[in-house]
Design a protein. Structure first.
Length: 194
C-alpha cells in the first residue's frame, strides 16, 4: 500500500512539474497584472519597469526580430549581428510600448477558444478588449519555445506587428545597411526610454 502511495505521489509530482500553462492562461495572467498596474494613478519607477516587462515578457523577441526582417537579410547575418539586432529591437519595442499605455487599458476582456495547429506547436489566442464602450480585437500568434508558450506576433485590429516592422525595415534596407538599421533602432529605443 505504501509503495502504491509513493508511486502515485511521484507520478503526481512529475506531471505537475512538467505541466505547461496553456496559451490563454499565459496571456490572461499577464494582462490581469498589467490592468492592476494601469489603474494606479502614480506609478513608481519599479512599477513602470514591471509594466515594460509585462508588455514584453510573453514575446519571443528573437523570433519576432527574425520575422521583422526580410528572410534573406536575416539568413545572411552572423550570430553577433543577429544578437545585437534582437537586443536593440527588444529595447525599442519595450520602450515604445510603455509610451502607449492608453492602448492597453481595458474595462473587460473576453478570450476566444485557442486555435492550435495539428502538431500543437503553434497557437492563436484572440482577445476581445473593451475600453469606454469600444471593442478592439487582439490576436497573439504563439509558438511553443523551451517548454512554454511565447508570442511572436501581435495583431491589433487586423494589423500585424511583425508585418508592419518587416515593411518598415525592408524600406530602410533598400538604401541602408543592417548596421544603419540597428543604429536607427538604437536611437529610437534611447529616445523613448524613460
Amino acid at each position: 500500500m505504501k509503495i502504491k502511495l509513493f508511486v502515485s505521489l511521484i507520478a503526481f509530482i512529475c506531471v505537475a512539474s512538467f505541466a505547461v500553462e496553456a496559451p490563454v492562461q499565459i496571456i490572461a495572467k499577464n494582462d490581469k497584472e498589467l490592468q492592476t498596474l494601469l489603474k494606479k494613478k502614480n506609478l513608481t519607477n519599479k512599477e513602470k519597469e514591471r509594466i515594460k516587462g509585462l508588455l514584453s515578457d510573453v514575446f519571443d523577441f528573437k523570433l519576432l526580430a527574425e520575422k521583422s526582417l526580410p528572410t534573406a537579410t536575416w539568413s545572411a547575418l552572423d550570430e553577433k549581428t543577429k544578437s545585437t539586432f534582437v537586443s536593440e529591437f527588444q529595447r525599442m519595442v519595450r520602450n515604445s510600448s510603455a509610451k502607449k499605455l492608453e492602448m492597453y487599458r481595458t474595462d473587460s476582456t473576453r478570450y476566444d477558444a485557442v486555435k492550435m495547429t495539428k502538431n500543437n506547436t503553434e497557437a492563436r489566442v484572440t482577445a476581445h478588449l473593451w475600453y469606454k464602450g469600444k471593442e478592439s480585437v487582439l490576436e497573439y500568434r504563439m509558438t511553443f519555445v523551451d517548454g512554454s508558450w511565447m508570442a511572436w506576433d501581435l495583431i491589433i485590429d487586423d494589423l500585424s506587428t511583425a508585418r508592419n516592422y518587416k515593411e518598415q525595415f525592408g524600406k530602410i534596407l533598400e538604401t541602408k545597411t543592417i548596421n544603419d538599421l540597428i543604429d536607427i533602432i538604437r536611437k529610437k529605443a534611447d529616445s523613448s526610454e524613460e
